[in-house]
Design a protein around this ligand. Structure first.
Ligand code: ATP
Ligand code: MG
Length: 323
């Protein structure tokens, strides 16, 4: 498993005024709106992704993560706002931007009738990999996907996990500067998921910017320099995982079993003391439990203490469960 991140990345990497080119974010979204009929899926979204970082995009189902990714590639057009990707305005200069981006969509759109290698080969053409480099690019992608021994297998004969690995490798076949990964690890077995974490870490080490949505919070926490938490089409909060945990959930979370007056009463008393809580099954978890006033603590009975996590932040800020 890759080690957790320890460096503080974005701030320290942001270049000063003497080097304006490096200071430009890889992705800049300003006031972006996307409507589907009367429904607003993305609602004035502002987000900068600095170059060279892994940014995790978290949010409940329907938060607008995939819609945002589709607007970055101009598969979908914003109704308002500005989008810049690697210095190119989207959708106006989307062709140029797309050539520098690798996209792994949430929904599998592999060509069933082609073999594994042919699926990759097609994308070397689409992404304009020079003819002389195409075979090597396919070979490298096969290696990333661990599908070297399946290169001539028709795609409809692959297992679900193999298809997803192929989908990921296909998006990386042209060595993009920016990778958009929309829930890349869904359906992968734990071992392959961890291998993919290695791929993401490797991309970052090569200077590739990665925007990755995921419902696996532990994965986001482990891989991301920063996470952006989305809900209802906006970014609720962003920052380094450890900073977000410290700011919104404190050091310790303590879980209490409600007494005869039930969980609502317990939560009310906790909130009256200025602390946040969330339900975890039959229990009430108190965030920043280190700040519980002793007089209140005495009324709560014995609790189970644990370290606060990004999941606590997620639930506290979006009011929703993770999946
Ligand atoms: N083509 C479309 N037509 C109508 N509504 C759409 C369309 N695409 C997305 N939506 C709606 O926009 C909202 C945001 O969808 P989106 O797929 O971006 O969410 P998400 O954050 O990726 O969710 P998930 O975690 O489930 O993948 C949802 O309510 C969805 O139903
Ligand atoms: Mg999605």
């Amino acid at each position: 498993m890759p080690p957790p991140r320890d460096a503080a990345p974005s701030g320290s990497r942001t270049a000063g005024p003497d080097s304006p080119r490096r200071a430009a974010p890889a992705i800049a979204l300003r006031g972006v709106v996307k409507r589907f009929g009367a429904f607003t899926a993305v609602d004035g979204l502002d987000l900068d992704v600095p170059e060279g970082i892994v940014m995790g995009l978290l949010g409940p189902n329907g938060a607008g993560k995939s819609t945002t990714m589709r607007m970055l590639t101009a598969q979908s057009r914003a109704d308002a706002g500005e989008i810049t990707v690697l210095g190119h305005a989207v959708p106006r200069a989307a062709k140029r931007a797309r050539a520098l981006m690798g996209v792994v969509p949430q929904h599998d759109n592999l060509d069933e009738e082609l073999t594994v290698a042919e699926n990759l080969e097609v994308f070397t053409h689409l992404y304009r990999v020079p003819r002389a480099h195409r075979a090597a690019a396919v070979q490298r992608a096969l290696r990333i996907a661990h599908l070297e021994d399946r290169r001539d297998t028709r795609t409809d004969k692959l297992s679900g996990g193999m298809r997803r690995r192929l989908l990921i490798a296909r998006g990386l076949v042209h060595r993009p500067r920016l990778a958009l990964l929309d829930e890349p690890t869904v359906g992968l077995d734990p071992q392959v998921r961890q291998e993919l974490w290695g791929v993401v870490t490797g991309l970052r080490d090569d200077g590739v910017t990665v925007l990755m949505s995921t419902h696996y919070i532990e994965e986001a926490e482990r891989l991301s320099d920063e996470v952006a938490l989305m809900a209802k089409g906006r970014v609720v909060v962003r920052g380094a995982p450890a900073d977000l945990v410290a700011a919104h959930a404190g050091a310790t979370v303590e879980e209490f079993r409600p007494g005869p007056d039930g969980p609502d009463a317990l939560e009310q008393r906790v909130r009256a003391a200025g602390l946040a809580s969330r339900r975890t099954g039959a229990h009430v978890a108190v965030l920043r439990a280190e700040a519980l006033p002793p007089s209140l603590r005495d009324t709560l009975g014995a609790g189970d203490a644990r370290a606060a996590t990004l999941e606590d932040v997620f639930v506290a800020l979006t009011g929703e469960a993770v999946e």
